[in-house]
Design a protein around this ligand. Sequence first.
Ligand SMILES: Cc1ncc(C[n+]2csc(CCOP(=O)(O)OP(=O)(O)O)c2C)c(N)n1
Ligand SMILES: [Mg+2]
Length: 321
Amino acid sequence: MQLERGVILEAYRRMALIRAFEERVGADSMAGLIPGFVHLYAGEEAAAVGVCMNLTEKDWIGSTHRGHGHCIAKTCDIEGMMLEIHGKAGGLCGGKGGSMHIADLDIGMLGANGIVGGGPPLAVGAALAAKRLGTGGVGVAFFGDGASNQGTVAEALNMAVVLKVPAVFVLENNGYGEFTAASYHSNGIDLGARAAGFGLPVLKADGSDYFAVHEAAAELIDRARTQGLPGFLEVKVNRWHGHFTGDSQAYRSQEELAAARLADPIRLLRERASEAGLIEADAFDAIDQDVAELIERASVQAMAAPPPALSTLTTDVYVSY
Ligand SMILES: Cc1ncc(C[n+]2csc(CCOP(=O)(O)OP(=O)(O)O)c2C)c(N)n1
Ligand SMILES: [Mg+2]
């Protein structure tokens, strides 16, 4: 572990923010206070943060329907996200997108995405733009094991290799596509091997281990940035909640759910940093306190905020270039 104290604290802050955000949004969704579907990212925090701590605002990410964690890891504004999820004016997309369509192009967040497998082609496009414009930026796509069966993903992997663009594909393998286990939907095969078949270098990391994800992602992102070449990272993660809030997960055993909770990426980061004598408990506790206050404020504010004005109904429908 060679990371600096400040980097680890920032990683912890982003992971703690994701966890608290998701627990609050989950509770509010179950109470019927949030319109539309909500897919929670809790348990997978080290994946988004381990990757995004290697990125800057000139880099782009494409996300998924389970996108809140990616947004927070890429430093989207928390209050703007909460307003957006509640469908309120002042939300990051004017309150018209909701949970699955949070985007912030100013900081390289191309958007959560209701289209499974929609992120990888966007990231290839962003990587191609970065190459042509010479920005030094990288395009990163997050997608799931279920998405890896989509043709769009295969096409994106192939195009990234053929066009030699700085794209990094991050497969978040949580073992399920909705309610169907990967053992059935992909016959349990090694999904990273598919990417190797397209000629991409493939790394794998334990998605509960922030340090492992950060290190593997750093290698691929650095290669993309300096050599302009694509790479593929598979992280094994645990989905703590159901596919969406309200899914009772009757198709998973109690033992499996308990094991998923044991591999808590936030607790593991804390323990590793404490054992290494790098960070004392007080510093983590202070972050937890800040995070709790921010999430409470954002949630209360979002619930009290007005919806978008009727006069804006037909704006934001098409992009003006
Ligand atoms: C093109 C498309 N097909 C199907 C769906 C319905 N759908 C939503 S999420 C999902 C499963 C995605 O599984 P995975 O990619 O593993 O992501 P996870 O939910 O596990 O994060 C499906 C099939 C969709 N949204 N878009
Ligand atoms: Mg999945």
